[in-house]
Write a new protein. Structure first.
Length: 301
């Protein structure tokens, strides 16, 4: 391990943090250390990094804001790649906006509304980055990234730079081609339409009020834990099974929204995993439905 950490530190790949705890980089506030967390600040550093990792066969994974990720208590072996502040930008232009991978998706939707661009209203409650939203085809309120996506610049796991169109991304429910073909989004362009600021703002305000009333936003969590099964809602199934409020260690099924698991203060990854498994087992036995996690569970167990 020391050999490749030294290799990374000696090259132009950005900031290299050894044995870095990941709890502070996830919205669940849970997670052990990564062997190395590397934060490239520009395209050149990112390409250099991915090429080095590929050449020396060093295991790696990517991290945005960590809003849909549960990192194990033992942490992650290898390198965690997190786009830095150099990827935090948004440039509005005729027909839409181009934003860097590290830019807040919520902030993007808010600024778009102020500039009277419509299409991003659904993103006002998605607490991730642009890169993460594209990777997951994030969505809410009947819309998702695929509806507005135009193209993205991506560095593949070989270090090759490519630009993918909507067709290339193979979007599906909470899925993109990047789940199957490894790569990191550097920036994405979204197609927007001119709208009325009042109408856009009223729509976003309604979404915000609904979230405030129904979601435990004041607690450490990771949004929806399970995907909605066809024709139903995971939250409805979990609540109907009487699992709201169930706890394991410091993890609790939210009393506000049954498809949220919150960290009450000292939750471990194992607490959350145990709770997830118990929910899945209960719903499977009662309804014959296999709830599929929407969050990624990563790291050494």
């Amino acid at each position: 391990m020391q050999q490749w950490i030294s290799l990374l530190s000696q090259n132009n790949v950005g900031k290299v943090l050894e044995n870095e705890p990941l709890a502070k980089y996830t919205t669940w506030k849970i997670g052990g250390p990564a062997d190395a967390l590397v934060i490239p600040e520009n395209k050149e550093q990112m390409v250099n990094l991915i090429q080095l990792l590929h050449k020396h066969q060093i295991p790696w994974m990517q991290l945005g804001r960590g809003s849909n990720m549960l990192v194990s208590d033992k942490g992650i072996r290898g390198v965690v790649v997190k786009p830095g502040e150099g990827f935090d930008y948004a440039e509005f232009h005729e027909g839409g906006v181009t934003a860097g991978a590290a830019h807040s998706f919520v902030k993007l939707s808010v600024v778009a509304a102020k500039k009277e661009w419509t299409g991003l209203e659904f993103g006002s409650g998605i607490p991730g980055t642009v890169g993460g939203a594209v990777y997951m085809n994030a969505g809410a309120h009947g819309s998702d990234v695929s509806r507005i996506f135009q193209s993205a610049e991506i560095v593949l796991e070989t270090g090759e730079l490519v630009r993918y169109s909507k067709e290339d991304m193979e979007f599906a429910y909470r899925h993109s081609v990047l789940h199957d073909r490894r790569g990191i989004v550097l920036e994405a362009t979204f197609e927007l339409q001119q709208g009325e600021r009042k109408v856009i703002s009223e729509s976003m305000a309604a979404y915000k009020d609904r979230r405030r009333r129904t979601q435990p936003l004041q607690m450490a969590c990771a949004g929806s834990v399970f995907r909605n099964p066809p024709g139903d809602h995971a939250a409805r199934l979990i609540e109907a099974a009487g699992l709201k409020g169930m706890t394991r260690g410091g993890a609790q099924v939210s009393t506000m929204h049954a498809n949220f698991i919150v960290n009450t203060g000292q939750a471990t990854a194992e607490d959350v995993i145990t709770l997830m498994q118990q929910i899945q087992n209960t719903i499977s036995s009662q309804n014959g439905i296999n709830l599929v996690p929407e969050v990624f569970v990563v790291g050494e167990r």
